[in-house]
Design a protein around this ligand. Sequence first.
Ligand SMILES: [Cu+2]
Length: 69
Amino acid sequence: MTTTTISVPDISCGHCKSSIEGAVGALSGVSTVEVTIDAKTVDVSFDASSLALDSIIEAIEDQGYEVAR
Ligand SMILES: [Cu+2]
């Protein structure tokens, strides 16, 4: 299992948290996802053999957020 922290500067409220956690959590291969609103980060644990980090980033971007790469 791979754990990574993705920085998403646009995160500002509980709506951001639920939409990002919902989108990333729906990806097959994701074990856990937690958005920390104050830190504007997304902590993700996922199976890197079945899911690429880019796919996680795309899922966040599809929700309308820019990811700091
Ligand atoms: Cu928000």
